[in-house]
Design a protein around this ligand. Structure first.
Ligand SMILES: Cc1ncc(C[n+]2csc(CCOP(=O)(O)OP(=O)(O)O)c2C)c(N)n1
Ligand SMILES: CC(=O)[C@@H](O)[C@H](O)COP(=O)(O)O
Ligand SMILES: [Mg+2]
Length: 626
């Protein structure tokens, strides 16, 4: 008889289980995760790593009142399984299905919505302070990974917490991995703390040092230095202790008994505690233990061999990474920056060829942008590869450090538009809106893989801040480099001529425009297509011409209508005093939910049929052919 399916009902049931049964439950959870995620896709490796940790948290804390906040939240599957959502895993990350991240709307056991990194300590501290003000009595636990700890926000919160001494528990889940191998000084520090023979090694180092010490004055200063370094070395977690937190650990994150003991001490401590837990990312499944990076977030895969069947031959990310690498070969000033996403952004290709000109800064988007500005000021040509949603973190740095100084930094905005399964927190639907307001910045979007390649190649000589936005995924047909094109800022490309109007589409929406034009033909409307390859500046001359010719202008974008291409076109027409008939399609004042892109386009009225119908309604007012 299984525990997970047959005996377990409520979080409190865990406390009735023996230690052996807790391990049995963990094995069942792991088997379920592998089976289920192999069918749906999802963040498998992070969850396989926290099975025992989550069971131990449930064993020690009272889920009915205590609040657990998972940083990023991609490792919250086990928590979801243990809080009444086991049967919903068949629709994990699907349209109208179970979210891949904690969601307060989804369950009362989810304490805080997450998705972006390094927020858990701030949110936890908010909870803890509210609790203390209200005189309530519950525990607050923030579970943060070593990768998430590279984010500046986590340190801002630690700084505040250590000073205020507010009672809360931080569980540092250290698996030495971000999505790729973790980077940075803190990561090195943690790996020193986690070393199995740490204490033995330290003792031996000290003895060796003393044996080698000279006499006299040198001895005194040497002794002083040694005394300080010994203190630092012998009290693990000194960094955290010095900041005002109690450090407990490191503890084996797959040993439920040990973890339960340490978590109880942390729970009963009257102040901030950090529990340093060592785990193995991807544990318990051969393929994910071997390649935890590939199994961080994985598409559906074959459970027998761990292989993913993908239809997409070449992705936009790959084209971006390879084009920047191509530039790196001919120009020694070209350098590349990622905030913990070398593979996702395609920049690992550049890293492989030019390690000294490649910088993975950890989950530190703000630093990435200002680092690029610094490099540019000193004569380099930096390329940042960053997801649209994470660029939100670096808005001020783009304005203050890159654009005010008008620096030649190229920002490759990956995952622009709908990303799909990750939902609200990850959709790239705001970048055009927040960037189009920034002076000096030029914004482009390619309609195809080939055009992305051309834009990146062209960007080398562009002397100012430039953002190129492109979507998740790619093209099943692959990619054939074509003759390099020149671009003129503020000049759109007319793909086909229209009689009744034009669809100004940007990025991958150009493909949708082709289908829309066919649909409109069926209704007796003859539209042309314009590739709005620049979103800033827009092509004012074309807008003037089409307006004066009394053509309808339909804008189509995978961004918010507010502040996006549609707004730019409408405002340009208005500023020129033109009577343009502009119909705008995009997302309207809403956060876009999770799901496959086609379901989402339908949901938000951006599927071909809806767009055709609405244009026809607006233009024909009932007199169309149909
Ligand atoms: C602001 C931000 N930047 C980047 C990401 C992408 N991202 C998601 S998880 C992750 C790695 C997190 O590593 P860690 O916290 O150690 O968790 P692990 O997966 O190792 O358990 C990254 C870079 C993000 N979610 N948020
Ligand atoms: C949790 C998180 O932020 C990332 O793991 C993200 O899900 C990656 O998205 P891609 O799969 O598009 O690289
Ligand atoms: Mg990690």
């Amino acid at each position: 008889m299984g525990i997970l399916r047959d005996r377990y009902r409520n979080p409190e049931d865990i406390k009735e289980l023996t230690m052996d049964e807790l391990y049995q439950l963990s094995d069942e959870i792991r088997a379920f995760l592998i089976e289920s995620v192999s069918k749906t896709g999802g963040h498998l490796a992070p969850n396989l790593g926290v099975v025992e940790l989550t069971v131990a948290l449930f064993n020690v804390f009272d889920l009915e009142k205590d609040r657990i906040i998972y940083d990023v939240g991609h490792q919250s599957y086990v928590h979801k399984m243990l809080t009444h959502r086991l049967d919903e895993f068949a629709k994990l990350r699907k349209y109208k299905g179970l979210s891949g991240f904690p969601k307060r709307d989804e369950s009362r056991y989810d304490a805080f919505d997450t998705g972006h990194s390094s927020t858990s300590i701030s949110a936890g501290l908010g909870y803890a302070r509210a609790r203390d003000i209200a005189g309530d009595d519950y525990n607050v636990i923030s579970v943060i990974g070593d990768g998430a700890l590279t984010g500046g926000m986590a340190f801002e919160a630690l700084n505040d917490l250590g000073f205020s001494k507010t009672r809360m528990v931080i569980v540092l889940n250290d698996n030495q991995m971000s999505i790729s191998r973790n980077v940075g000084g803190i990561s090195t520090y943690l790996s020193q703390l986690r070393g199995d023979n740490y204490y033995e090694k330290v003792k031996k180092d000290i003895q060796d040092t003393i044996d080698r010490m000279p006499m006299g004055r040198t001895l005194n200063t040497g002794m002083m230095r040694l005394k300080n370094s010994v203190k630092t070395m012998l009290v693990p977690g000194m960094l955290f202790e010095d900041m005002g937190l109690k450090y407990l650990g490191p503890v084996d994150g797959h040993n439920i008994k040990d973890m339960s003991k340490v978590l109880k001490v942390a729970r009963d401590f009257n102040g901030p505690v950090i529990v340093h837990v060592r785990t193995q990312k991807g544990r318990g499944y051969v393929a994910s233990e071997k390649r935890p990076d590939q199994f961080h977030g994985i598409a559906p895969f074959n459970k027998q061999n761990g292989e993913v069947v993908s239809k997409v031959k070449v992705t936009y990310s790959k084209v971006f990474g390879e084009a920047v690498t191509e530039l790196g070969r001919k120009n020694g000033k070209v350098c590349a920056i990622t905030a913990a996403m070398p593979d996702g952004t395609g920049l690992s290709a550049f890293k492989k060829e030019f390690p000294s000109r490649f910088f993975d800064v950890g989950i530190a988007e703000q630093h990435a942008a200002t680092l690029a500005a610094g490099l540019a000021v000193a004569g380099m040509k930096p390329y940042i590869g960053i997801y649209s949603t994470f660029l939100q973190r670096a808005y001020d740095q783009v304005i203050h450090d890159i654009c005010i100084q008008n620096l030649p930094v190229v920002i490759g905005i990956d995952r622009a538009g709908i990303v799909g399964d990750d939902g609200e927190t990850h959709q790239g639907i705001l970048d055009l809106s927040f960037l189009s307001a920034v002076p000096n910045l030029t914004i482009m979007a390619p309609k195809s893989l080939e055009e992305l390649h051309n834009m990146v190649m062209w960007s080398e000589t562009f002397n100012g801040p430039l953002a190129i936005r492109y979507p998740r995924g790619g093209d099943p047909a692959g990619f054939e480099p074509e003759a390099l094109a020149m671009f003129t800022p503020g000049k759109f490309e007319v793909i086909s001529e229209g009689i009744d109007g034009y669809i100004y589409a940007t990025g991958k929406m150009v493909q949708r425009a082709e289908a829309v034009v066919k649909g409109l033909e069926g209704r007796g409307l003859r539209f042309g297509i314009v590739n709005a390859c620049f979103i800033k500046p827009v092509d004012v001359e074309m807008i003037r011409k089409h307006s004066e010719e009394n053509k309808a202008i339909v804008t189509l974008e995978d961004n918010m209508v507010h502040g996006g291409l549609g707004s730019q076109v409408l405002e340009a027409a208005n500023d020129m005093g033109l009577p343009a008939k502009v119909i705008r399609f995009g997302f309207r004042d809403t956060f876009v939910v999770q799901g496959d892109p086609e379901s989402l386009y339908r949901h938000y009225g951006l599927d071909t049929d809806s767009v055709v119908r609405k244009i026809a309604e607006r233009l024909c007012e009932g007199d169309c052919d149909e």
